[in-house]
Design a binder for this molecule. Structure first.
Ligand SMILES: Cc1cc2nc3c(=O)[nH]c(=O)nc-3n(C[C@H](O)[C@H](O)[C@H](O)COP(=O)(O)O)c2cc1C
Length: 148
C-alpha cells in the first residue's frame, strides 16, 4: 500500500497530488497529514508527502504533522518521495520541500523530491511520472537488499 499525504491551502499541491496519484499502478490511500500515524507508516510500502511553502520558506502548519512524525522515530524500510508547489518569486522556492526532505533523509529511505511552480503545468506531467518511477525504483532496491 502506498500512502499519499499532502497539505494544500489553495489547491495547487492538491492538483500536483492528483497528477502523481494518477500515475500510481498499485493500491494507494490518501491520508491527511493530521491523521497520519506511525502505525500507518510502518505498514506502508511508500509515502508520497506533499506540501506548499509558507512564510519565508517554512513548512505550513497543515504539513507540520508530516515533519513531526518523521522526526519522532526512524522508518528504515519506508521509501519516501517529497513533492511540493511554491512560488519562484520568494527567496526560498519550495523551502518546505527542502525542510521536509532534510528530515525524511535522516529517518526514511528518501528516493526523490519534486518542486513545481504554483499549479502544475503540462510540462510537469512527465516530472510527476518520473517522481513515481524513482520511488518504485528505490523500493525495488530496498526489497532486493532484504533478500541478500
Ligand atoms: C504568505 C505566503 C507565503 C509564501 N511563501 C512562500 C515561500 O517562502 N516559498 C515559496 O516557494 N512559495 C511561497 N508561497 C507560495 C505558495 O507556496 C504557492 O502559491 C503554493 O503553490 C500554494 O500551494 P497550495 O495551492 O497547495 O496551497 C507563499 C504564499 C503565501 C500566500
Amino acid at each position: 500500500m502506498i500512502i499519499v499525504s499532502f497539505a494544500s491551502s489553495t489547491g495547487n499541491t492538491a492538483k500536483a497530488a492528483s497528477w502523481i496519484v494518477s500515475q500510481l499502478e498499485e493500491p494507494h490511500v490518501i491520508i491527511p497529514p493530521e491523521q497520519l500515524t506511525a502505525a500507518d507508516l510502518n505498514r506502508a510500502a511508500a509515502l508520497l508527502a506533499g506540501t506548499y511553502t509558507w512564510g519565508n520558506g517554512e513548512i505550513p502548519d497543515a504539513a507540520m504533522p508530516l515533519a513531526e512524525l518523521a522526526s519522532s522515530r526512524t522508518f528504515p524500510e519506508l521509501v519516501t518521495g517529497i513533492f511540493g508547489t511554491g512560488d519562484q518569486g520568494f527567496p526560498f522556492f519550495c523551502g518546505a520541500v527542502d525542510r521536509l526532505a532534510g528530515i525524511f533523509q535522516q529517518t526514511t529511505r528518501l528516493a526523490v523530491t519534486l518542486k513545481m511552480e504554483q499549479a502544475p503545468q503540462p510540462g510537469d506531467w512527465e516530472r510527476c511520472r518520473l517522481f513515481v518511477k524513482k520511488v518504485q525504483a528505490r523500493r525495488q532496491q530496498t526489497s532486493g537488499a532484504r533478500h541478500l
